[in-house]
Design a protein around this ligand. Structure first.
Ligand code: SF4
Length: 272
């Protein structure tokens, strides 16, 4: 499969108006961090479901952190994944990963663990070299089903976008009583290898200036990274259209400088 075909596939999988995935299984997508990856969206296709409302989100603003009764069943997801894996196998496409992300926070699916187990079995049958990866905001680590599912994955990328509670409330805009302190505690207590993914940006958000890469914020963020001791940290800035159009990208040089400070802690880091 050529890169042009992959891009065409991806374009068909995303609604150009809302940026939402139109299918439960999409791609394969050439991912910068995971290689050739088949995406799984275990959330509704017509709306975003998340317990954060990040202004940089590529899926637009969060309408609700409660599934609107349209969560796909575990059986539907498994059937779509099997069909796509069989097609990849028939075309000789060698996948590096099966990645759970999609239209919001994937661990909010009430049968997340069962879905991961089914995906692992299908991976073993069709693409044994592929890793099962989950991109998560790490807010559900105290939930037994979400935790069990994450333990069964091969790669976990936990979001950590802020160093202070004040910045956390602005860059991730959590629902309910979620705090940065609780999330960092939960990531530390998660007893399996874990990676961090961190987004930095600046500009205007909710009518006020914001700079998550300000020196004091990066200092505070580094203290959490040092405490968590992840296997690797991936740093990003804006890539696609953000929910808040007034946000600005942090330069590659700035991201690389932050990555260098992570490496100085003895932790591998990549700036994308
Ligand atoms: S956690 Fe992810 S899906 Fe949820 S609002 Fe933030 S960027 Fe979007």
């Amino acid at each position: 499969m050529t890169r042009a075909n992959l891009a065409k596939d991806l374009a068909h999988d995303i609604d150009p108006a809302t940026q939402l995935h139109l299918t439960y299984v999409y791609g394969p997508v050439p991912s910068r961090r995971l290689g050739l990856s088949l995406g799984v969206n275990p959330l509704p296709v017509e709306t975003k479901v998340c317990n954060f409302d990040c202004p940089y989100c590529e899926c637009g603003w969060t309408v609700s952190d409660r599934p609107a009764g349209r969560m796909p069943s575990a059986e539907t997801l498994a059937a779509e994944l099997e069909a796509k894996l069989a097609a990849c196998q028939a075309q000789g496409v060698r996948l590096d990963a099966i990645t759970f992300a999609g239209n919001g926070e994937p661990t909010l699916h009430p049968r997340f663990c069962q879905i991961i187990e089914a995906a692992s079995a299908l991976r073993d049958a069709y693409a044994p070299q592929a890793k099962i990866a989950v991109l998560t905001n790490a807010t559900r680590l105290r939930h037994p089903d979400a935790r069990a599912g994450l333990m069964r994955a091969d790669i976990r990328q936990f979001k950590l976008d802020a160093g202070t509670e004040a910045m956390f409330r602005r860059v991730d805009r959590p629902f309910g009583g979620l705090t940065l302190a609780r999330i960092v505690d939960d990531i530390c207590a998660f007893d399996a290898p874990k990676m961090l993914q961190s987004m930095f940006f600046r500009g205007q958000s909710a009518g006020a200036p914001i700079d998550s890469a300000a020196p004091e914020e990066v200092e505070a963020w580094l203290r959490h990274v040092a405490r968590i001791r992840p296997t690797e940290v991936h740093l990003y800035s804006l890539d696609r259209t953000a929910a808040e159009p007034t946000l600005e990208k942090v330069s590659p040089g700035e991201l690389e400088a932050i990555a260098e400070r992570v490496r100085a802690l003895g932790i591998p880091a990549l700036a994308f």
